[in-house]
Design a protein around this ligand. Structure first.
Ligand code: NAG
Ligand code: NAG
Ligand code: NAG
Ligand code: NAG
Ligand code: NAG
Ligand code: NAG
Length: 828
């Protein structure tokens, strides 16, 4: 399916083959020179998946590798590429995302990206670009995201590198080397969803340089240096990007002095609503300065991520903190250097009574005293994930089940050290508004038979525990249940309201029965031990829309392959929402590792039983037909006749040889009589006595010698027992002067078998013997039409030879015998 550009530069040679040798050799040497030019060799990279997404990261490439020009995304990150040349990327007009992050890029050809008309996302971060050039981007009209972070350029330069990038919505630039940002450097950038600027070492900023970008969705600024040494510059930057509805993130702050937060006055003036401080180190003075600066600002969201407090919590300097508007406090990974001193002095816990969302994540919280919990009266959402809570301290935190957190809707205590499901269910039972409970990544290993949950609970996450069974403990009210990454083997529990069920990373061998979940819409079962599933499994789920079941040990039977491919083609209501590539065959052995959607099984493999039966059937039919046909065409008869003919030929040769040797053939009989069994009585009672008795000479042959009796050869009497009948017949004929055929209806029709054998005699009359050796006696009138056509010899014989007819009238018999005698004694 994938087509690769082949690294062949000598295609032109083919056209030249007819030209004269000199030209060819010149060309050859040229090509040779080109190929041996070090650095022009581009290695191929074929790590593309079915979605045409090519991951060539961490491949040690020193040049942009050859990749199919159908690729939609190309990840070249973390290689050793130092240059993008003019034709490295030609032909990639479909490419939507290109990442060159983490290389050693120092040079990009001015038209290197010219053919990337569809490119939406370009990442050039973490390289060695000392200067940016607007010519790179002039054809990238579709570009929406551009990342230029952490390159050693000192300024963006003019003319603005962004002037043709009117669609860019996410822009990241700057780095440790960025020194100046002037008006006009960002010309062309008008409206952004996200702006990230790393300007920790910026020393020149022209006021207004960032002011033209509006609307501005989300701003992240690293302004370490300016905050420390150049408050005016920091103020100017902040003034340009602060808007009430633009969340502001400030990174890499190191605030020690009592004036540190002063540049934020500009932001405060603009009455921003959301402020995040990330990688932020502050002294007590700095905190006081911050609190004073922000007092009165209608701040709603305050996030402190990676905060280090060096002081003791002596914040009295903040005379009148007014932060009643705060709705959300998000604190992640705080470090308090002098924890014990700090707790003693801290008197700002009252701030906790305002927000409705409080998160203390990864904060080494092992308990929140019940009294403090009482402060959290407004809290709807409490996230205490990744802390050190145990069953015991959770009891204290939730005030032993008579929790003051009456309004709590979401409780996240994921990633703690909890062990007892009955404890947690008991503690949250009275939280009459609780809808979401995340107790994932805890140490739950078993589920009690019964638990008590609030009736409002809809969402329960117990993933990444070590549960091996599910019980009635799970509440019937659940709509979303996550039990992924446990040790479950089966799930037999009726949950009528359930819409989403996550069971990835367990040990399921088959899909749980669908009738248990009449409302289920989403089911994940990735990384289990599923062998197979099919239409009937899916059909048992009435409402299922999305299923993820990749990374299982699939047995690629025909039914399964067929089923899965039809689902991938969009048949049915259920969609497989994970990637096709992760549905891989585990068995049979010869398909191991193959992507199911790429497997093609032959018709024979798929319908072995059917095929074998069909083949057998066909063979049977054909042979029956052949038999019928052979029977119809009397082939057996012909075969036998041919055989007889061959034999006859042979024996006639033998006879000739005997003749040549001089040994006179002894004719021991006068006639061989060939007749049908049914005419035996006639033969035995009339013919034989008549011919074999000594006949008195009649009046008209007075002078004749009394004729000797004739000797007849009858098969019944004279054939040697134990010899093949044909041989007998043959030798009888050979040793008889004549052959008498007793023809009748019986002879021709009723007595096939003998007739056929007997008929072989006619072959003998092919040669010199001719028709004279045969005497035909018609016992009854035998119309020629009654004789089957294949006895054409008989036909011939009957028309060429006169035959004797056995008279119906008594008185003519004598005449008949007379004629017969005459015929038999012709050469006497
Ligand atoms: C890049 O090249 C340097 C030496 O030039 C080498 O040390 C480094 O391991 C290479 N990196 C990769 C990802 O191959
Ligand atoms: C950009 O590249 C063009 C062509 O190589 C060059 O002429 C021009 O000087 C470059 N501009 C900058 C600002 O480097
Ligand atoms: C945090 O900020 C300091 C400067 O205050 C900086 O040196 C350090 O690299 C930053 N850390 C991270 C992870 O960005
Ligand atoms: C900051 O501290 C200095 C002395 O360390 C003092 O002179 C100055 O008044 C203080 N400023 C504020 C705003 O408290
Ligand atoms: C709970 O916290 C964890 C880790 O911080 C997070 O992954 C999860 O999404 C949170 N759960 C809810 C329901 O917000
Ligand atoms: C359940 O928790 C895990 C781990 O915290 C998280 O990754 C997952 O997204 C959560 N599940 C749902 C359905 O939110």
């Amino acid at each position: 399916m994938l087509r690769y550009l082949k690294p062949i530069r000598t295609n032109s040679m083919e056209k030249m083959t007819s030209k004269d040798f000199t030209l060819l050799s010149i060309l050859l040497s040229l090509c040779w020179a080109q190929q041996s030019d070090p650095g022009s060799e581009r290695p191929p990279c074929d790590r593309c998946d079915l979605q045409l997404s090519c991951d060539c990261s961490h491949g040690g490439f020193t040049h942009v590798p050859m990749v199919t020009d159908l690729a939609l995304t190309l990840d070249l990150s973390f290689n050793n590429i130092s240059e993008v040349t003019e034709d490295d990327l030609t032909g990639h007009s479909r490419l939507k995302a290109l990442s060159l992050q983490g290389n050693r890029l120092a040079a990009i050809h001015p038209s290197a990206f010219d053919s990337l008309w569809s490119l939406e996302n370009l990442d050039l971060s973490n390289n060695q670009l000392k200067a940016l050039n607007h010519t790179w981007f002039r054809k990238l009209g579709a570009l929406q995201q551009l990342n230029l972070l952490n390159n050693p350029y000192r300024c963006l330069g003019s003319p603005s590198v962004f002037q043709s990038l009117s669609r860019v919505r996410r822009l990241r630039f700057g780095g440790p080397a960025l020194e100046e940002l002037m008006k006009g450097h960002l010309l062309g950038v008008t409206e952004l969803e996200e702006l990230t600027m790393h300007a920790n070492n910026i020393i020149r900023y022209e006021s207004g340089a960032l002011a033209d970008i509006w609307p501005l969705g989300h701003v992240t600024l690293s302004l370490h240096g300016p905050f420390l040494t150049n408050a005016a510059l920091a103020s100017a930057v902040l003034a340009d990007v602060s808007y009430p509805h633009t969340p502001l993130v400030l990174e890499d702050l190191y605030w020690m002095g009592n004036e540190s937060a002063r540049p934020l006055k500009e932001t405060a003036k603009k009455r921003i609503r959301s402020l995040t401080l990330r990688n932020f180190t502050a002294s007590d003075e700095a905190i006081v300065s911050l609190l004073n600066t922000m007092t009165g600002v209608p701040l709603m969201v305050v996030s402190l991520e990676g905060m280090t407090l060096t002081g003791e919590g002596r914040w009295e300097g903040a005379s009148s903190v007014d932060l009643k508007t705060i709705d959300e406090i998000y604190i992640r990974h705080p470090v308090v250097i002098d924890l014990f001193q700090f707790v003693e002095h801290s008197s700002y816990l009252f701030l906790l009574q305002y927000p409705s969302k409080v998160s203390f994540i990864n904060a080494e919280v092992f308990v929140i005293p019940c009294l403090t919990s009482f402060l959290l009266v407004n809290v709807h959402y409490l996230d205490l994930s990744n802390n050190l809570l145990t069953d015991l301290t959770l009891r204290e935190t939730l005030c032993h089940g008579c929790s003051p957190l009456k309004g709590l809707r979401v409780l996240n205590i994921s990633g703690n050290a909890l062990k007892s499901l009955s404890t947690v269910s008991h503690l949250v039972e009275k939280l009459s508004k609780l809808t979401h409970l995340d107790i994932s990544r805890n140490a739950y290993s078993s589920m009690p038979q019964h638990c008590s949950w609030p009736h409002t609970l809809r969402y329960l996450n117990i993933s990444r525990a070590t549960l091996s069974t599910v019980t009635q403990c799970l509440p019937k009210t659940l709509e979303v249940l996550d039990l992924s990454n446990n040790n479950l083997k089966s799930f037999l529990l009726f949950l009528p309201a359930l819409r989403e069920l996550y069971l990835s990373g367990n040990k399921f061998l088959r899909l749980p029965p669908g009738w248990l979940f009449p409302n289920l819409q989403t089911l994940t079962l990735q990384s289990n031990t599923l062998n197979t599933f099919g239409h009937s499994d899916i059909r048992s789920y009435e409402r299922l829309q999305s299923l993820q079941a990749g990374q299982n040990k699939f047995d690629c039977s025909c039914d399964f392959v067929d089923f899965l491919q039809s689902v991938f083609e969009g048949d049915g209501d259920v969609q497989l929402t994970d990637k096709e590539d992760i549905y891989v065959c585990d068995s049979p052995l010869y398909l191991q590792g193959e992507v199911v959607s790429q497997v093609s099984l032959s018709l024979y493999e798929c319908h072995q039983v059917l095929c074998v039966s069909v083949i057998c059937g066909v063979v049977l039919c054909v042979s029956t037909l052949a038999c019928v046909l052979l029977w119809y065409l009397h082939a057996i008869w012909y075969l036998k006749m041919t055989w007889a003919w061959l034999k006859a030929k042979r024996s006639s040769r033998r006879r000739q040889k005997r003749d040549q040797e001089g040994t006179e053939a002894r004719l021991s009989y006068d006639a061989f009589v060939s007749y049908s069994e049914r005419d035996a009585s006639w033969v035995e009672n009339l013919l034989v006595p008549e011919l074999e008795r000594t006949r008195e000479s009649s009046e008209d042959s007075m002078n004749a010698v009394s004729p000797r009796p004739l000797t007849l050869c009858l098969h019944k009497r004279d054939f040697l027992p134990g010899h093949w009948i044909m041989d007998n017949i043959m030798s009888a004929i050979e040793s008889s002067r004549r052959t008498i055929f007793i023809l009748s209806e019986n002879f021709v029709q009723s007595d096939w078998c003998r007739y056929e054998l007997d008929f072989s005699h006619f072959w003998l009359f092919d040669g010199n013997a001719g028709g004279e050796a045969a005497i035909l006696i018609l016992l009854e009138p035998l119309p020629k039409d009654n004789i089957p056509k294949r006895f054409y010899k008989l036909h011939k014989l009957m028309s060429s030879t006169t035959y004797l007819e056995w008279p119906q009238e008594e008185e003519k018999c004598e005449e008949f015998w007379e004629s017969l005698h005459k015929a038999l004694r012709i050469d006497d």
